[in-house]
Design a protein around this ligand. Structure first.
Ligand code: FE2
Length: 618
């Protein structure tokens, strides 16, 4: 037996993954255990979970793989500091203590943190090799082009190459400070969202704007070549030398200072978002065309934080040049842990790889699960009133009927997802046809006021009835945006049309009913689709089937099981607390169902506030 533990840590989104004889046995992100969003610390809980899942002790590991090369990264920090010295001293000084303590002495750190045996070989894979491995090896393709795009690893910020059988080869790269990830993050920062987590909000804001700054960005900020490579004009950015992403010159260019996180969103911010989104798509399309031209491959796999830009991914789907595309669901640095482990198994050990019809990511349901016995005893301890279903069909009937009444259900079944999206194991679900669902879910469950619609889950066999998808195209990881088909769109009244363009409050715009599925249709008629199939999704698929036979509708709303700023729930305890602290109507914990209306003990406003106060607004 060969057991390989992959680890990513000390940057953001720490995680561990375990590959045993080529099989992805477990993977989880540290934030889910520590309840600290994007936890960058050593993933002690994730490692412990992975070992427990496989029934292994730390001494039994054949290899430990770390997802990047600390020394090379240190070298990059040092060189960047020297190039900008003495200006960069502050950021350099803040980064140093952690480097000297943990990062440069990784072997010692690992041995101290989880008793890794002295003899266990420790492998450091290159940051982008880890991303590339996480994209190619679990994919369903025997051969594929590879594209990785992120902020920065050691020096690379983007790489491309090919994967064939059990080997991948990187052929070219872009280097720091020229980075699509950092460029996008700079605009994320400028528009008042959190860097490394608010990027999807910027993407969600873009449909409200007009890309009026597109040419300006190409003229002043970047020099974009026809092959998709580019140089950034560092006169406008501050991330090499300071603690912010952009500087005064940048602010002047876009007509004002960076937006304060809780300040009003102005049309200018929407236009800036639309512009950088268009630039990003243009860069990615050019890169893809170049990579296709050079590699002649018909498949493309993607990873790296930028691969979470599902609007850009959706354009690959609509426009090519590749016939097929697969994206690693844990595309950010958490997925580097999985990539590093797979890299050792295939690339270094040379084990054969036989891709089947489906990818080997197992729906990305790779995290902890909890037995009915465990849940029964927990509910007993809590003295929580519940029903237990012994027949799955009865459970699904009950849940589907509740959803059809417009109620909101917390759905907790099976293994927790690996990657930033809830994919039907830790999800809050509801009826997508309901005109007030978007507002209700946001205000009563998430405690946020969002200008973005929710994402839909659709039965795989019916995706083409609702969304512009190619025949056979799947999106099991919710990483592709596609238009809602014309026939499901509804005509707007003159008043609604006016509201859509002029309402200062974006929530009023998003709440205008534009389709038969208002909860999931964005202002530009796009939707971030997850396709659901029985092989991957089991009882979640069967629940949707039941909902379909009840209502005729194969689409539901799926949002992550958490409140604003909280990591997605991991344990039944997390789910129960979140259920109590919100206005969710029903909670499903494996075979158990709890109904809010029947709970004798209602949570007080003070307890709710206490729960919410634990999480920093994101
Ligand atoms: Fe990365």
């Amino acid at each position: 037996m060969t057991a390989i533990l992959g680890i990513s840590a000390f940057y953001h989104d720490s995680a561990a993954a375990l590959v045993v004889d080529g099989d992805i046995v477990a993977a989880a992100q540290e934030e889910r255990f520590t309840r600290k969003k994007h936890d960058p610390g050593f993933p002690a809980n994730s490692v412990a979970y992975c070992l427990k899942e496989a029934g292994l002790k730390a001494e039994e590991l054949s290899y430990v793989a770390f997802y990047d090369k600390p020394l090379t990264k240190f070298d990059r920090l040092l060189e960047t500091y020297l190039a900008y010295a003495p200006k960069g001293f502050n950021s350099f000084r803040l980064a140093m203590p952690l480097w000297l303590k943990d990062k440069l002495h990784m072997r010692r750190t690992l041995r101290q943190r989880f008793r890794m045996a002295r003899k266990t070989p420790l492998v450091f894979t290159d940051h982008h090799e880890s991303h590339a491995a996480s994209a190619f090896f679990p994919s369903p393709y025997d051969t594929s082009a590879i594209l990785t795009l992120d902020g920065v690893g050691e020096w690379s910020t983007a790489t491309y190459g090919t994967g064939e059988g059990n080997k991948l080869r990187l052929l070219g790269q872009l280097q720091f400070p020229h980075s699509l990830g950092l460029l996008y993050s700079a605009f994320t920062y400028y528009c008042g969202f959190k860097v490394n987590s608010g990027e999807y909000k910027l993407m969600g804001l873009a449909p409200y704007g007009t890309p009026v700054y597109y040419d300006l960005i190409l003229e002043r900020l970047i020099d974009l070549k026809s092959d998709g490579s580019f140089w950034m004009n560092m006169d406008y950015f501050n991330y090499c030398q300071g603690l912010t992403m952009t500087n005064d010159r940048f602010a002047k260019l876009f007509g004002g200072a960076a937006r304060h996180p809780e300040a009003v969103l102005e049309q200018r911010h929407m236009d800036v978002a639309a512009s950088i989104q268009k630039v990003t798509e243009e860069i990615m399309m050019r890169m893809a065309r170049e990579v296709q031209r050079e590699t002649k491959m018909k498949n493309l796999v993607l990873a790296g934080g930028v691969a979470l830009n599902c609007v850009a991914n959706g354009r690959f789907l609509q426009e090519g040049p590749f016939e097929n595309i697969w994206i690693q669901p844990a595309a950010g640095d958490a997925g580097g842990a999985l990539g590093a482990a797979l890299f050792v198994w295939y690339q270094l050990m040379g084990n054969p790889r036989q891709p089947g019809g489906q990818d080997s990511q197992k729906g990305s349901w790779l995290g902890p699960r909890f037995s009915n016995d465990y849940i029964a005893s927990f509910l007993g301890e809590m003295d929580a009133l519940h029903e237990r279903f012994t027949d799955e069909a009865d459970l699904l009937d009950c849940v589907a009927a509740t959803m059809a009444e417009g109620k909101i259900v917390g759905w907790f079944r099976g293994r927790m997802e690996f990657g930033p999206r809830a994919l039907g194991a830790r999800s809050i679900i509801g009826d997508a046809r309901n005109a007030t669902m978007q507002a209700t879910m946001n205000v009563k469950i998430k405690f946020r006021e969002s200008f973005r619609p929710f994402a839909p889950c659709v039965l795989q066999e019916r995706v083409q009835d609702y969304f512009a998808f190619r025949p056979g195209q799947e999106s099991p990881y919710m990483l592709l945006v596609a238009p809602v088909l014309e026939r499901h769109r509804t005509a707007l009244s003159e008043e609604d049309r006016k509201k859509m363009t002029e309402a200062a409050d974006l929530r009023q715009r998003v709440n205008v009913v534009r389709s038969t599925l208002p909860a999931i249709t964005h202002v530009d008629y796009s939707a971030r689709v997850q396709t659901v199939d029985e092989k991957r999704h089991g009882s979640f698929y069967r629940l949707m089937k039941r909902f379909e036979s009840l209502t005729g509708c194969p689409v539901i709303v799926n949002t992550s099981f958490n409140v604003r700023g909280e990591p997605i729930v991991c344990t039944p305890q997390d789910a129960y607390r979140c259920f109590l602290a919100t206005d969710m109507d029903m909670l499903v914990l494996e075979d158990f169902v709890l109904r809010k209306e029947r709970m004798s003990e209602k949570v007080t406003a003070r307890e709710r506030e206490k729960h919410l106060a634990q999480f920093e607004l994101d």
